[in-house]
Design a protein around this ligand. Sequence first.
Ligand SMILES: *[C@@H]1O[C@H](CO)[C@@H](O)[C@H](O)[C@H]1NC(C)=O
Ligand SMILES: *[C@@H]1O[C@H](CO)[C@@H](O)[C@H](O)[C@H]1NC(C)=O
Length: 416
Amino acid sequence: MTMLKIALSAHILGFFQASLLLSCYASSTSQERISGSAGDVLEDDPVGRLKVFVYRLPARYNKRVLEKDQRCLTHMFATEIFVHQFLLKSPVRTLNPDEADWFYTPVYTTCDLTPNGLPLPFKSPRMMRSAIQYISTRWPYWNMTEGANHFFVVPHDFGACFHYQEENAIARGILPLLRRTTLVQTFGQRYHVCLKEGSIIVPPYAPPQKMETHLIPPDTPRSIFVYFRGLFYDKGNDPEGGYYARGARAAVWENFKDNPYFDISTDHPATYYEDMQRAIFCLCPLGWAPWSPRLVEGVIFGCIPVIIADDIVLPFADAIPWEEIGVFVEEKDVPNLDAILASIPPETILRKQRLLANPAMKQAMLFPQPAQSGDAFHQILNGLARKLPHDKSVFLQPGQTFLNWTEGPPGDLKPW
Ligand SMILES: *[C@@H]1O[C@H](CO)[C@@H](O)[C@H](O)[C@H]1NC(C)=O
Ligand SMILES: *[C@@H]1O[C@H](CO)[C@@H](O)[C@H](O)[C@H]1NC(C)=O
């Protein structure tokens, strides 16, 4: 061990003991209000600010897809199902399409699962095309805007690019028929072809009941400095290394596998959720996509998310003060992660922990059933409401057209 490392460890240790005490203190103080506009936006109420018309589609686009595989209700893409269910019962729903601000097409494109539970998005483009064909021939509203007042939930890895491998997703681009629509998606990365401007970025779905059953007393000391469970390498899909997580996860492992302050491993223990409640920092590195459920878990369990994903666009970034609750580390700085985290002053850590303790923050990350005030579904509606009124350019002039129905890979044009 070099002198520098010894000095650093001593520093971390001293800090660490202090923060243990401080975290007990933190949980007993009152919650801190979120400063400025972010807090106000977080507590916006969408009711009365928008009217949504829900198209009625044949069951094969939604209900029957779900009946085939109930796992679609609990996997991280379940948002597409809950948004549908909640909208049907929401006070923002209107049965009169002539007064609607927004149109919603309930199509579950992410519910075709392998035996292992991984969604295969290969049929999604055809399914989506078919659904759009269906609504555009039976109602006049699609043709009036070519979808510009329609929103779609596309929670898959790379949203409406409909491929789980990034190169292929980029090559495909956003499904041409969706180019004028508003996309509600999990994928968020700046300057990426799969992120359309104006999209609403949502958290991945994490089962609220399951998380609740794992809560431990909030005054439990946070005795773990850094916590992470997950892959460091993906040998199957990236045998040479370097592509997966752009090497950032490999760098975490290689630099910190022997560091006693880093509780990191590929093993996924039964106490995973409890462990996060015993940790100060939870690493949220990119994987194949920049986002992962760890972002949600960090907020719910009060573990400061350490976001390692350059150019990530975070869920509800206009309502959640990610800069204040999280720590951002550039991918190239991973080798200095220990020094970066150890140099954060205890007051800063305390403040982040207090912000994370705010129930409004946690509520915004979750889709409780039924929907509740301030939850992630409400934040989606808030996002849609903030886009109103629509610009006049949304409505097409007679004869005006933008979409090309035969654009895209020939395979996508086959009937579904
Ligand atoms: C909308 O436009 C398409 C293509 O131009 C057409 O086939 C369809 O009938 C139109 N829908 C309605 C409801 O008029
Ligand atoms: C529509 O797309 C197809 C396939 O890319 C192309 O062959 C055709 O020329 C396009 N039509 C128009 C009007 O741009």
